[in-house]
Design a protein around this ligand. Structure first.
Ligand code: ADP
Ligand code: TRP
Length: 349
């Protein structure tokens, strides 16, 4: 089984990225036969238009991955832009991509609804993402819930490509197991979602996202982190009273959580500690301030070692370059094998 995933380098990583994505990456590098992880720095150009910042954020994402436990001996870690074949596959997939699919992409519609005037790059974002996945014949793609549609697109377009270009391909038998059938050139990927932490809420209760400015950053300034934790949105329940617990669904659909402090504690605290929190939360007697302090401490304990490692790695840029170059050459070998087949299939010399 081959796992592949990527994170955009469009801002500093936050705990939503960690619990929604990176934590799974680290676990899976041991479970999967092969793991490919990359920094989606072409995708990030949609948001980061300052070249210096684009370069910095790409390195920062690589550092963050490594500090959080990604092991370049177990997984292939690379920059999207180091494998130019992805742009070639992006184009070739584009010729079998219905515009109607792109028009109903949630990520695109959300950004437009937020008032962003769409450029082609934003519109075509899912095509490049599909190329990222299909180029390496990934079986499973660990991502947060918001990315499921993108993986479904990648499957759809892989089928379209195979139907168009692979003689004997039958979508009902994509691996060509039955007699007379041929396997697809592009392998169909599946999304892999971690169900307990599908959406980590930000300090305002909306989904934690760098575009909302409601994040708790993994490697940011200590003082800022404290300030953010202390400003997590709460109601005016008095100290003695039992605190409200989140319902099955937030009453307001734009929120990821009605009670973000509770849900953040649930995500960050070890299970046994959270059980104690839950008891006192329901009984009353503790104020929100105390719970916030508890969360801050838990963040320090959980991410302290990673912060230390991040500082060490930052001090050795040559080592990071070496790791990235090694990852790039391993990724390129795989990409070039697939692209040979793709070019031949479509008639590109
Ligand atoms: P952002 O929303 O901050 O721009 P990205 O879109 O770059 O984050 O997300 C990178 C990865 O982290 C994706 O796999 C995404 O699903 C996951 N992720 C981001 N925010 C959250 C969140 N609040 N909860 C769970 N997973 C998240
Ligand atoms: N769109 C993903 C995100 O917002 C990043 C990404 C780009 C990605 N290409 C990918 C994730 C391929 C998984 C596989 O986080």
């Amino acid at each position: 089984m081959r796992i592949l995933s990527g994170v955009q380098s469009s801002g500093k990583l936050h705990i939503g990225n960690y619990y929604g994505a990176i934590r799974q990456f680290v676990q899976l590098q041991d479970e999967a036969d092969q793991a490919y992880y990359f920094i989606a720095n072409y995708h990030s150009l949609n948001e980061v238009r300052d070249p210096k910042r684009a370069l910095e954020l790409t390195r920062d994402a690589a550092l963050s991955y490594l500090a959080l436990g990604l092991d370049p001996k177990k997984a292939v870690l690379f920059r999207q832009s180091d494998v130019k074949e992805v742009l070639e596959l992006n184009w070739i997939l584009g010729v079998v991509t219905p515009v109607a699919h792109l028009e109903r992409a949630h990520s695109y519609k959300d950004k437009v609804a937020q008032g962003k005037s769409p450029d082609f790059g934003l519109f075509a974002y899912p095509v490049l993402m599909a190329a990222d996945i299909l180029l390496y014949s990934a079986d499973e793609v660990p991502v947060g819930k918001d990315q499921i549609q993108h993986i479904e697109f990648a499957r759809d377009w892989a089928v379209k490509f195979n139907v168009q270009y692979v003689p004997g391909y039958d979508p009902a038998d994509p691996e060509g197991k039955e007699r007379g059938h041929a396997p697809g050139i592009l392998k169909l990927p599946s999304a892999r979602i971690q169900s307990t932490t599908q959406t980590v809420p930000g300090i305002d209760g909306r989904k934690m996202s760098k575009s909302y400015g409601n994040t708790l950053d993994l490697f940011g300034d200590e003082k800022e982190l404290k300030k953010r934790v202390m400003s997590i949105k709460t109601d005016s329940t008095p100290v003695e009273a039992p605190k409200p617990v989140p319902g099955d669904k937030p009453s307001d659909a734009s929120l990821a959580s009605d009670v973000p402090l509770y849900d953040l504690l649930k995500v960050v605290l070890p299970e046994s500690e959270f059980r104690d929190v839950e008891t006192s939360w329901r009984a009353g007697g503790k104020g929100y301030g105390e719970y916030k302090k508890l969360l801050l401490e838990a963040l320090h304990t959980t991410f302290g070692p990673a912060r230390k490692r991040y500082a060490e790695l930052s001090a050795d840029p040559a080592e990071l370059d070496r790791i990235l170059q090694d990852g790039a050459s391993r990724a390129r070998a795989e990409a070039s094998r697939l692209m040979d087949q793709v070019r031949k299939a479509v008639g590109i010399p």
